[in-house]
Structures are given as structure tokens and as C-alpha cells.
Design a protein around this ligand. Structure first.
Ligand SMILES: [Zn+2]
Length: 332
């Protein structure tokens, strides 16, 4: 049993309270590799932002739970080395699928977990979430739950259709479960193909897809039911077209990849939405940089040669999100 406190991590309680009050959102960046972790820490330190480093069950398996624990500890120490006296870093489990997975993460140094019972019937979601909350709170670990279903594909989480969160359920759910934050479905979606072309309109000039707008009325109704309660948005990558274009121009094949416009996320961040999940954008930044590098330097084979520009590009992306979309800069 390792407590996250020994690793220098923090839970989300205080940072969410401040974010809701201050009208900004905390970035939750998924990571699998050392380069992503370095880029996240560099960006958070340079912008003086709290940050959530999150891993899915699949990423945990990919990295190995033991290595991950030391990477998280390393992230805290690295932030200090870069000059941040008091780093606010959360290690969060994204889409925990069972009590056992959540318990295993809590026992191995996570400071926050998500239990995703959103595919279960309402009462079963409550029972499972409550079980996780009871164990987590014994260890001062915070818990994110989910109501409503997001469409799209993210590691082992996949759904064909989205179902918006029903605002009339949120009070009962939060009271009965005791969860610390709630992920809701208002039209964001997992992956780099968030919407099918037939759900979008097409810009007549560029031919690019324009996605349907988020359901801000649902968000507003949830906020009215639970004033000040921390709300989370999943599937909130914007799928920058410049990355998609670089990938496609250098041997890639990502037709009609489309994300959530940043303007809408900026608007959400000012509300009770206090955590915004971004995964695909970092994958795209990394892949675009690597593809471009190989196209320009076909003779290179040292991973440092192509992973350095990939890391720099991800850092640039993270800083952009923190400063221009979430507004979490200068909050340490
Ligand atoms: Zn998600």
C-alpha cells in the first residue's frame, strides 16, 4: 500500500473548489510515455498551472502499474527541479470499470479515481459508485463518477450513441454516492472522430466538417440542480486540423477527423466545468511531429531524434490549452 501523499501528489478537492469559484478548468491530460509526462510537467510548470495526469486502464497496463507510480513521483520531483516549489499534480484513473481496478489504483498511489458506471442502470451505477467512494474517502482519494453516455471510442470504452445526462437525476446521484465530481454528457465525444460526417455541416470554403454544438442547456440545468458542484467534460479534444493535415500530408490517413471547437470549451471552462479531458490532441501532436520528422529525415533512426520534436510539439499544445482554452495558468 502506497499513499499518494508519500509521492507528493494531491487529490482534486481543493483545486476543483478553486477552479469552480475562479471560472476556469483544470487540464486532465492522458499519458502513456515518458515524453508525454515530461511535456505535461514542463507545460504545467511554465504556466504555473495545476494539472491532472491521467491514465486509462489500458494505459496502466501499457506502462505497468509499478513504473507508473514512480513516473508520477518523478513528475512531482521534476516539477520541483524545474523551479515549482509546490506542484499541484494529481494522478487520476480515467474510466475505472470496477471496484477492484479503483482499489488497486488507490492502493498503488493514485490520488483520484474515476468509476465509470454510466453504462449501468441508474441504481447499479449508484451502488457501484458508492462502494468506490467509501473506500476512496478512507484514503482521502477523490472520486469522479459519470451520468449519461458519451459516444466515440477511447481505449476500452466505446459507445455507438451518446445519451445526454438527465439533469433530474444529478441531485439524487450525487447525494446517494457522495462522489466528488461528476462527468456529464452534453455532446462531447471520445476519440479523433467525434462526429460522423452526416452529423456535421461542411464549410463550403475549406470542405472541413463543422460539428454540432454542445448542449449548453443541459449543462446549465445541471448547474442549477447542483450549484458549485464540480463538473467534468470527457472527450474534449479539438482535433486541430493543422495536425490532421500534417499527418495526412506525410503518409497518414485520417479522413474527416473532427473535434470540439475550442471556443465552446472556453465557454464551458468558465462554468462549473472544472476538469476538461484532453487525450486525442496530444496523440495527434505527437504523431504529426514524428511523421513530419521522418518525411524530412528519412535517414534518422535514433528515437531521440524524432521523439524530441514530438515532445516539444506536445508541450506547445499543452501550454496552448492551459492558457487559451482552460484558463488554469497562474493559479499556483
Ligand atoms: Zn472519457
Amino acid at each position: 500500500m502506497v499513499s499518494y501523499k508519500e509521492l507528493g501528489l494531491v487529490n482534486t478537492r481543493e483545486m476543483f473548489a478553486k477552479a469552480v469559484k475562479g471560472g476556469y478548468a483544470i487540464p486532465a491530460f492522458n499519458f502513456n510515455t515518458m515524453e508525454q509526462m515530461q511535456a505535461i510537467v514542463q507545460a504545467a510548470v511554465e504556466t504555473k498551472s495545476p494539472v491532472i495526469m491521467q491514465v486509462s486502464k489500458g494505459a496502466r497496463k501499457y506502462a505497468n502499474p509499478t513504473i507508473l507510480r514512480y513516473m508520477a513521483q518523478g513528475a512531482v520531483e521534476y516539477a520541483k527541479e524545474l523551479g515549482c516549489a509546490n506542484p499541484q499534480i494529481v494522478l487520476h484513473l480515467d474510466h475505472g470499470d470496477s471496484f477492484e481496478t479503483c482499489k488497486s489504483c488507490i492502493d498503488s498511489g493514485f490520488s483520484s479515481v474515476m468509476i465509470d458506471g454510466s453504462s449501468l442502470p441508474f441504481e447499479e451505477n449508484i451502488a457501484l459508485t458508492k462502494q468506490v467512494v467509501e473506500y476512496a474517502h478512507q484514503h482521502d482519494v477523490t472520486v469522479e463518477a459519470e451520468l449519461g453516455v458519451l459516444a466515440g471510442v477511447e481505449d476500452e470504452v466505446a459507445a455507438e450513441e451518446s445519451h445526454y445526462t438527465k439533469p433530474e437525476e444529478v441531485i439524487e446521484f450525487s447525494q446517494k454516492t457522495g462522489c466528488d465530481s461528476l462527468a456529464i454528457s452534453i455532446g462531447t465525444s471520445h476519440g479523433a472522430y467525434k462526429f460522423k460526417p452526416e452529423q456535421c455541416t461542411r464549410d463550403p470554403k475549406t470542405g472541413k466538417l463543422i460539428p454540432p454544438p454542445l448542449a449548453f442547456d443541459v449543462l446549465k440545468a445541471v448547474e442549477e440542480k447542483l450549484p458549485g458542484f464540480p463538473i467534468v467534460l470527457h472527450g474534449s479534444s479539438s482535433v486541430p486540423q493543422e495536425y490532421v493535415d500534417i499527418i495526412n500530408a506525410n503518409g497518414g490517413k485520417l479522413p474527416d477527423a473532427v473535434g470540439i471547437p475550442e471556443e465552446q470549451l472556453r465557454q464551458a471552462a468558465k462554468s462549473a466545468v472544472c476538469k476538461i479531458n484532453i487525450d486525442s490532441d496530444s496523440r495527434l501532436a505527437m504523431t504529426a511531429a514524428i511523421r513530419k520528422h521522418f518525411a524530412e529525415h528519412p535517414e534518422h533512426f535514433d528515437p531521440r531524434q524524432y521523439l524530441s520534436p514530438a515532445r516539444d510539439e506536445m508541450k506547445k499544445l499543452y501550454i496552448h490549452k492551459i492558457v487559451n482554452v482552460l484558463g488554469s495558468n497562474d493559479k499556483l
